[in-house]
Design a binder for this molecule. Sequence first.
Ligand code: PRX
Length: 652
Amino acid sequence: MSEANLPFNEKVYVNKDKSSTGEKLKQEWEKSINNPLKFWAEKAKAIDWFKTWDRVLDDSNPPFYKWFSGGVLNITYNALDRHVKSKKKNKLAYIWEGERGEVKTYTYYQLYREVNKFAKALKDFGLKKGDRVAVYLPMIPELPITLLATVRLGGVHTVVFSGFSAEALADRINDSGAKILVTADGSYRRGKIVPIKNNADQALQNTPNIEKVIVVKRTGKEVTMKEGRDHWYHETLTNAGASAYVEPEPMQATDPLFILYTSGTTGKPKGVQHGTGGYLVWAYWTLKWGFNPNEEDIWWCTADIGWITGHTYNVYAPLSLGITSLFFEGTPDYPAKDRWWNIIEKHGVTILYTTPTAVRMFMKFGEELINKHNLSTLRLLGTVGEPINPEAWKWYYNVIGKKKLPIIDTWWQTETGGYMIAPLAGIELVPLKPGSATYPLPSIKAEVYNEKGETVDVGVKGFLVVKSQWPGMLQTLWKDPERFKQTYFGRWPNIYYTGDYAVKDQDGYLWLLGRADEVLKVAGHRLGTVEIESALVSHPAVSEAAVLGKEDPVKGEVPVAFVVLRSDISPSEELRLDLIKHIRTTIGPIATPAAIAMVKRLPKTRSGKIMRRLLKAILTGAPLGDISTIEDEASIEDIKATYEDLKRQLEK
Ligand code: PRX
């Protein structure tokens, strides 16, 4: 998104009396900044601790901040046991709708039972505190149950999105050193069965750490079960017994809770590690501040639990708050383009939290499909994952929100654990501006810097940084503290570098302008260009590759690849399809380039660096700018010659 033409002056007063001045929000923010220790000591009381912390924040070894050190808790006690002991015992925790329309519900008590049974099974398989469990499951109830069962025992989960390939799964299993894998016999996608157990089997050929594989029977399709290693999930539950109970493991607040791999600027995904106490406190408060869900609400966060949004806002935040969440296995347009509106109407969803990509897709489908449904139960709308362009924001507000519902645009990252910049309906809703995530949350001191680390003027685009600490911040990168330090705190010491561009307007509103590094956001999914390039050069026909993002009206951006073939290989349509297949099997379908150009050479500087800026300019038809450092000017003509072909591929 470009900063030009942003509606800095357009204010949308959702609360019609225009009474909100932002004063209350400002006060809360100032309290958190002036005395963070007091502020968080107070907020952390919302959580049940087995032992209170010794220090709210141990900052003796920055940037390895320790939140609530000395505190002891178990996150599942907060998500389940405490509700089971209260009036919430028989309240719905989850409403699940499967792709084929089946519905399953779980009260807090039923969920507690399932989690205990599976925790017992995992314990019987030898899972102990600190052991890692890899999870490769579709959006079925067994997914949150597995996460909760793991952390009840003090295990650390690492969820691998079920759309990732066998190779991506194996890498993550090996890096995390997981000893148990939980997967399924298949998943449903648009009425077809995706054989994820086959992917898992392929991955398992190269994962020596895995001792046990537990398989959920979702599709009933026959799969290979390896004697001694593979076990059916339902059988493990039967063996555990209907009344199984496992004591929640007392965990240090600073013990790791999960590892979630995300893309960065190198070919190797980063294992973002979140801790227990700080993460939970942040998850709880951000959801409460952002949406203030109540006893009657049905909260629907459409994110897959394979991503951070699903971890925080489909599992830990809503369960610790004791609210009812809906989650859905399928895709928004199957079997019909109004599937989501059907779900909202059928279950009476009150809060919808989704992505700009979904909003833009529905814009394309047209209003008629929406107006067919009664969406009057909705009271709040949210968005996350990528910048929402003002046009999509307005459509969301006008058509879904009928000009009455606030749009809670939440900016955050896998690393931040929960929202960082967002309107806060739970504190005070300020006037909204279409496309702005408004103000930072309490505890978040966000600034926009130039290259030199100076705060830029109002209206000037720069790098978004965070100058404070917050409980939800990542603890480190798994087994790579040096990369953690370098990536996030290396550019400006002790200041968190987000990797995003932003601009602040005259009212202090923040506008997020996309990534400032080699990371793409494709339909809200985070992909490193280097990751896709590495996958391309691992194909025997490719000697070099450069991948960049091209703006896309629905997905925000899509990857476009330029590849140089080995000298004995000629370009062909067959090869292009083979390269696509190769990306799908090395990373997964989400990384599929929208277009691939086969070129003789790439534009490089004399020192051999690929001039991505030039590639981008050629791709978008922008002026080439300064080309004085180029090694071989003829490469520009090569790239230009591919323009029509790329355009054709992109239009498909
Ligand atoms: O570029 C920002 C974009 O998504 C990145 C983080 O991606 P990921 O770790 O996959 O987490 C996504 C879900 C939290 C950010 O660096 N991003 C996320 N939310 C927004 C956003 N960009 C603009 N507006 C948002 N609301």
